[in-house]
Design a protein around this ligand. Sequence first.
Ligand code: SF4
Ligand code: SF4
Length: 337
Amino acid sequence: MKPSAVIPAWGKILRGKRPLLSIEITRTCPLHCPGCYAYQPEHLGPAGPLRDLRDFQGEALISGVLSLVRRYRPLHLSVVGGEPLVRYRELDKLLPELDRMGIEVQLVTSAVRPVPIAWGSIRNLHLVVSVDGLAADHDVRRAPATYDRILKNIAGHRITIHCTITRPMVGKAGYFEEFATFWSAREEVRKIWFSLYTPQEGEHSAERLLPEDREIVLRQLRNLRGGFGKIELPDGVLDGYHRAPSAPNECIFSQTTTCVSADLKTSISPCQFGGHPVCSECGCVASAALTTIGRYKIAGLVKVSDIFAWSQKFGQRASAKFAAPERAMGFSASEEN
Ligand code: SF4
Ligand code: SF4
């Protein structure tokens, strides 16, 4: 979300709305990445695993997504999956329409198939391509979306590379420097982001970082970023990783984002990860950035997170108060704005 969107976002919160929306537009993905949160059994709770959920195609998907967007009126929409590009035909129609509506869209993809060239001229579209480490690791983890394939499929675009750091990447000398060197040299790459793997409660996977791993990685990234202009990793994000929220109710990102799954009605909670994520080990870039902003004290007195919590409570109460007479008069409460 751009800094200029902060005031409109606050306005929405004061009206009891969430300014950010994330939609898993498909249950399908040709990849089987280790540690993928979307396909973990607890991701959608009782609604069942994502691969078994109903999803939509064609006009039903286009109108379903637009209807959600009209309902929530987000300032920013994340399009995720599954793999969003399996619905590239629908996105060909949806993305220009969302652009006309003035909505910033972030599309997160493995780039397993070509990104249509026409998308390069959509002003409010931000393409984020997930790359899990150097080719030797990535190509095993994320086949068939290998380095070779990604490089062909992003040709002519301007993208952000997003690397989620997992345990197998830790402790290899010069690993992240080599990664940053490779992707910084590509003209298609505008920015490089690093996030940390976020585990679920009780998880004992090979991906989960130990507390000491987090410290090592964060130190390496802090030293690395100065030498690579394309790495976007401000102090605020690093600090947010160091001191992640202890629970979802302390996470501004979770409180300001509506997450909806592929049937376009199941909500994902407490955040995009679903299930029972370990907040204190959260590695989400957006959550880290907002957590640090929340700790900032205005005039050295009041924390932004306290103002946020007050605004949210005020908004929810006001929204409930005004919704009651509206319902009594027979208006539908389904179209929010
Ligand atoms: S590409 Fe994304 S959705 Fe598909 S398996 Fe990998 S992490 Fe999961
Ligand atoms: S984004 Fe991170 S801190 Fe926020 S609720 Fe999810 S796991 Fe917890």
